[in-house]
Design a protein around this ligand. Sequence first.
Ligand code: ARG
Length: 464
Amino acid sequence: NKTSGWSALFSEPMSELVKRYTASVNFDKRLALFDIEGSLAHASMLAQQGIIGAQDLADIQRGMAQIKSEVDAGEFDWQLDLEDVHLNIEARLTALVGAAGKRLHTGRSRNDQVATDIRLWLRAQIDDICAALRGLQNGLLTVAEREADTILPGFTHLQVAQPITFGHHLLAYVNMFARDFERMSDCRRRVNRLPLGAAALAGTTYPIDREFVAAQLGFEGVCENSLDAVSDRDFAIEFCAAASLVMMHVSRFSEELVNWMSPRVGFIDLADRFCTGSSIMPQKKNPDVPELARGKTGRVYGDLMSLLTLMKGQPLAYNKDNQEDKEPLFDAADTVLETLIIFTEMVQGIIVKPENMRAAALQGFSTATDLADYLVKKGLPFRDAHEAVAHAVKICTQKKCDLADLNLEELRAATDLTTEQQALIGADVGHCLTLEGSVAARDHIGGTAPNQVRAAIARLRNNG
Ligand code: ARG
């Protein structure tokens, strides 16, 4: 008859306050199925090594199958008194199968158990996030292909710079998400290692087979050092860093969507099902989803900062501090996954307004660089060409017209070049001043020309 749930050592029950303060079951019950999976692999190894009997293994398997169905059905009776997911499941197992349940924890500690559970859980999350990144990339590729010829102004410093195609602009994000995919996949390699066998911190005296357990659980190998195995959480920090970069990219895209949808810009509209109205202003249609995604980016950065700070002062090996790793990690994974899924839907509902994009590209002398390049190709040094076009832009600004509005003689005169140099400008200059001529001329890998956009889309589709 124990006074405390812990052991005969304790002479009084745990304070209710401490119980609530130290319990994690309210959030770590989310790891239940991974906890069961890890326990089954551990039990198989114990039986294979003759550490427990074949009947014990069969009992454990039977009990765990029952527990799994209770968890799946939402009928498992989680108890705060049992602190965490691990002790809850172990107690239920013992209640169901008796002695075999009490043998399960042989050669194991909750320290290596929880580290294993988190890795199994995170690996599955990474796989979902990678699939969601691919989904968003494909959604963007569909729109990019449709809008490969659609011209809008490209900006630097938010000032009109040069004409670009909308397809090209979207492909910039596809490239960012491709790097995010790589980062997630790379992080997965370090997540995918087995801590079990480290026990509390020093390893265990039983003749265990860690490689067997690793293979059962689909891990690429074991965490080599037992102290490191139970106390390392850098894989979780790395995941949150990769997740933060995903959100940073989503946030930049969100900022653009919000801006493009502003009536002052009017480049796009978002499908009604992705917008919200106002409780007071009847005319409003607001881009809440991208705004919220921009806001949620801060949450994920916060999760990263929580984990970095959680780990920075911890001596080896396991410390209870580590229990605080779960909520930020869960939050980061949930936020990224949900955001990617909703964005995949949303981007396919982008309604492009090409006439507004075009009108904006015709303002601000977006083809001025093309005129300078034209003069260079006729033999003028680039710096002189740059200056000549600046003169012409100045004249146009005074006349309140575009470069393309000047006739050949007016354009020649506006450059302030010598008569001899002015003669370099021929009737063929007209083409390079058009928006179509400008984008088509940037015809190399990575350029905005529509055929380059199509080639890039084909490459991205092939590389997955
Ligand atoms: N709930 C604990 C955690 O999340 C499990 C490990 C507890 N180990 C211990 N020695 N108290 O980290």
